[in-house]
Design a protein around this ligand. Structure first.
Ligand code: UDP
Ligand code: MG
Length: 334
């Protein structure tokens, strides 16, 4: 799609300037939205030499965020509200937002103001200096427990070690992508989208900028530890088959141990004349092996399940409607 030919964008005199899109996934963020918009407005209006559009994706919120965004978009030029048909998760909401963004540069931002919009000019400078991806690395994570920080650290170490993508540690989805990077992302056809991994997978010249992550402006995080654990597992299984290799390794080790143990029993019986001791050792070996087998089958199932979901080729998200100042269109599939 050509941004320059879009009738919805203002003043022809301005249309030679590049376009910045700011994409924000929103799920039950009603209390922060006015403040978010106010802070964005201040930053975006001060930008020089670049036009902007706001793409706000309502990920099936139940607290009226969707209606608020639709209202905002209906009366504000250059604001687009994309309402998904239900809650699809942040990764899907981001995918929807990126597909709707027409900017030459696209900035992705959390709605809860943990990612300060005031850094956008700095990101744009890096983009103008030639970076296709400008990653924002958290120098500090105010308002997050040491447990969350520690587990995140361990997770990135692990994932980078066992996969061939290199995800910079302590970077989230807060980043700027050039048009080329966004188009590259769109070519990755997987349904289960672990965005941090996909961002890393595409490569392209990347700049990392450090910043201090603010605590949430209002509301509560949508993630609990179980959810994060799920996301971590998703990340690992999407980008690595190391767990499968690990089960094979475990299989080889236990088989070897079994052979050695067998030989030991034979030797003991022949040389020392010991009667065979059966029940307790039998049970412990059986339960141990049973456990290993079940874990392996479960892991295998995880990968088979992934293939199953990909094979269905369902859209990543479904749009209920797109609201913008002068047009309203209904139900598209992604
Ligand atoms: N989010 C979303 N869909 C979801 C969960 C979250 O669009 O199902 C959005 C949420 O509104 C916020 C961003 O993703 O803009 C990050 O969510 P959150 O702040 O809860 O995550 P955290 O910062 O704690 O990692
Ligand atoms: Mg947050």
């Amino acid at each position: 799609m050509n941004a320059l030919s879009d009738p919805w964008l203002p003043e022809p005199a301005q249309s030679q300037k590049p376009l910045l899109s700011v994409v924000i996934p929103v799920y039950n963020e009603r209390p922060v939205l006015p403040l978010l918009y106010e802070r964005l407005r201040a930053v975006l209006d001060a930008l020089d030499g670049i036009r902007h559009e706001l793409v706000l994706v309502d990920d099936g919120s139940r607290d009226g965020s969707g209606d608020y965004l639709a209202g905002l978009a209906a009366r504000t030029p250059r604001v687009k509200a994309v309402r998904l048909s239900r809650n699809f998760g942040k990764e899907a909401a981001l995918t929807a937002g990126l597909a709707q963004a027409r900017g030459d540069a696209v900035v992705i931002l959390d709605a809860d103001l943990q990612d300060p919009p005031e850094l956008i000019p700095q990101m744009l400078d890096a983009w103008r200096a030639g970076a296709d991806v400008v990653c924002m690395r958290r120098r500090s994570r105010a308002g997050e427990t040491w447990f969350k920080r520690g587990s995140a650290h361990l997770f990135y170490r692990l994932l980078n070690r066992i996969s061939d993508v290199d995800i910079p540690e302590d970077t989230g989805d807060f980043r700027l992508l050039s048009r080329q990077a966004v188009d590259a992302l769109e070519q990755l056809g997987e349904r289960k989208r672990y965005m941090k991994g996909l961002f890393a997978w595409i490569g392209l010249p990347t700049r990392v900028i450090e910043y201090d992550r603010a605590p949430r402006a209002a509301g509560a995080s949508k993630w609990d530890y179980l959810g994060l654990l799920g996301l971590a597992f998703e990340g690992i299984t999407s980008f690595s088959v190391a767990p499968l290799r690990l089960t094979m390794g475990a299989g080889i080790v236990t088989a070897l141990a079994g052979i050695l143990y067998g030989l030991w029993i034979v030797a003991k019986t022949l040389v020392l004349g010991d009667p065979v001791q059966g029940y307790p050792s039998l049970i412990s070996v059986m339960t141990f092996l049973g456990g290993i087998q079940l874990i392996s089958i479960g892991l295998l199932g995880e990968y088979v399940g992934k293939t199953y979901f990909e094979a269905k080729q369902r859209p990543v998200y479904l749009i209920r409607d797109v609201v913008q100042a002068r047009a309203k269109s209904k139900l598209h599939a992604a």
